[in-house]
Design a protein around this ligand. Sequence first.
Ligand code: MN
Length: 384
Amino acid sequence: MKISILGSTGSIGTQTLEIVRDHSDEFSVAAITGNRNIRLLEEQAREFRPALVCAADEAAAMELKIRLADTDIRVEGGKDSITEAAALPEAETAVVSVVGMAGIEPTIAAIRSRKRVALANKETLVAAGNIIKKCEAEYGKCIIPVDSEHSAIFQSMLGMNDKKEIKRIILTASGGEFFGKKKEELKNITPEQALHNPNWDMGAKVTIDSSTLANKGLEVIEAKWLFGVDVDDIRVVVHRQSVLHSAVEFVDNAVIAQLGAPDMRLPIQLALTYPKRLSIPKNELDLISYGSLTFEEPDTDTFYALELAKRAGREGGQMGSTLAAVYNAADEAAVELFMKGRLSYLGISEAIEKAMERHRAAVDPSLEEIYAADKEAREIVRSL
Ligand code: MN
């Protein structure tokens, strides 16, 4: 199977290439793209020999072209080249693991060129879920989630008879670094303290978002679009061990879950191979070594970014609204300010709330309205 990896230099991208390396009889690489990490892009290009390598940063692409001049690999630069890579005819699957809003257009391009989309980018569905769903309605359902929780939900629904038989989705959350703490204890949290996550090895933004529950908030909205359920039919449960990756509860009260050791290779690989499963060496789940699994209510009074996400996700119902894009952008801008020491830890949720309050939401928004809402929210947060 030929795959294109958009965002090959990031955490999901490099793990996807590890899977390709482990199963070279199953996969080959059609295209890889990055932003400006040309050292790694060059290394990956030489090892996996894709037909196309793209760097979103034009200057970086120029240098990459020189570095790869001795090969027959085509090098392209600029934002549009990422979209071109997404639609590359020879690839059957596009892994969309680019960061941020930049994931939206490549995802649309991949759907339109009738590829399977292994979607690892949250912003695409959170901000533009209504557009992606319309696109899938026109070109065929093709998105398979890579996010571990959504992969678990996807797996728990396999063999389901009728969507109407779903009662609710149970979305598990690690709880983050400060689970159990109250507002009073979180006043003086520094970026260094927030950057530690015991179960998952993630980027800085996701680690902060896990601790504020904003990440779970984004995942609630993501689940709404992926599985066509109402936000209020998604129950977030704190599960500190990150072993039960999420579950689906059906009308007969059966709860089907997927469990496993925390390892992103499983959801990435399954998104590529579904309905087939391939072996993964090591890292199997040893239930005995855990002994017990715990489940607790999230403290949404302290970590109210989760409640704000539900509010944003409810707006417009299954048609969606710009409020979700505002939530996402305000959080990103606020985390950036926090990392620079210009906003307190508790200020992150406050900033999201303020941006949401000032925004006039549009239902079933166009891409232009979504981008405008994104920009507006960032400006509001920076002006606070
Ligand atoms: Mn996740």
